[in-house]
Design a protein around this ligand. Structure first.
Ligand SMILES: NC(=O)c1ccc[n+]([C@@H]2O[C@H](COP(=O)([O-])OP(=O)(O)OC[C@H]3O[C@@H](n4cnc5c(N)ncnc54)[C@H](OP(=O)(O)O)[C@@H]3O)[C@@H](O)[C@H]2O)c1
Length: 249
């Protein structure tokens, strides 16, 4: 018996051009889903899609800027027929604009909230309509342990990531009757461009604080998402799955 197959499903992953989103898209495609790769960088999306297709999967590069939430619905209405009925949404795209509160300006606050929280709201609102009609759906949003634990220098990011938890728990209650599950994955520190930007001493300090003694790999997050969006994960909703090597216990 083959577990966690996604044959016949369409998935859309935001922020699929690199890092965690790219790994999620690759795994969902490998499990049989047709995957829409959404982000702002067309060239990178085209390259990831070509790789997925070369490995026998189905992928569509699709430019989308979720920081313009008012335009997201119209843009998603342009998805071609084979990829239009999205069954699985992964809200992964996110940015940081770190600063201590005292030095943080309104623009830094608003940019992070607009992309990380309002962007997820706009994409989810546009795509859950079809899931409701078809009475099957999966929504997973990538939050962060920082949204649960807090982190000095990231009040904007932590507020947005905590916001995704309240958003998802509420939506889980709204959509359960339509057989749509809504969950959150909260990664700890994962090796990507986002964490490569941290100073070496911060990375060393972090590693010491993680009980499993390593930064996470993008594949650790992709595997958690794959479980939640699968048929087998269908009895889990409104849950926050912490994938942090024990950083948050
Ligand atoms: N790395 C970690 O340790 C860690 C820990 C906890 C949570 N997370 C969360 O996991 C998610 C992925 O993180 P990552 O480390 O893979 O980050 P990353 O390497 O910086 O990738 C971020 C992705 O988001 C996309 N993106 C950014 N702004 C966008 C916009 N306005 N519209 C559409 N796409 C946009 C980027 O694509 P384009 O530039 O092509 O638009 C890129 O694909 C984020 O939500 C992050 O907060 C990461």
């Amino acid at each position: 018996m083959s577990l966690f197959r996604l044959d016949g499903k369409v998935a859309l992953v935001t922020g699929a051009s690199r890092g965690i989103g790219e790994a999620i898209a690759r795994l969902l495609a490998a499990r049989g889903a047709r995957v829409v790769l959404a982000s702002r960088s067309e060239d990178k999306l085209v390259a990831v899609a070509a790789d997925i297709e070369a490995a026998g999967g189905k992928a569509l590069p699709f430019t989308l800027d979720i920081s313009s939430p008012a335009e997201v619905g119209d843009r998603l209405a342009e998805l071609p027929r084979d990829f239009a009925d999205v069954d699985i949404l992964v809200n992964n795209a996110g940015i940081t604009q770190d600063n201590l509160l005292i030095r943080m300006n309104l623009e830094q606050w608003e940019q992070v909230l607009r992309t990380n929280l309002t962007g997820a709201f706009a994409v989810t609102r546009a795509l859950t309509r079809g899931m409701m009609r078809r009475r099957w759906g999966r929504v997973v949003s990538i939050s962060s342990v920082v949204g649960i634990m807090g982190n000095a220098g990231q009040v904007n990011y932590a507020a947005a990531k905590a916001g995704l938890v309240g958003f998802s728990k509420s939506l889980a209650r709204e959509l359960a009757g339509r057989n749509i599950t809504v969950n959150v994955v909260a990664p700890g520190y994962i090796q990507t461009d986002m964490t490569d930007a941290l100073p070496q001493e911060t990375k060393d300090g972090l590693q010491g604080a993680i009980p499993l003694k390593r930064l996470g790999a993008v594949e650790d997050i992709a595997a958690a998402v794959c479980y939640l969006v699968s048929e087998e994960g269908g009895y889990v909703t409104g849950h926050v799955l912490n994938v942090s090597g024990g950083l948050y216990i």
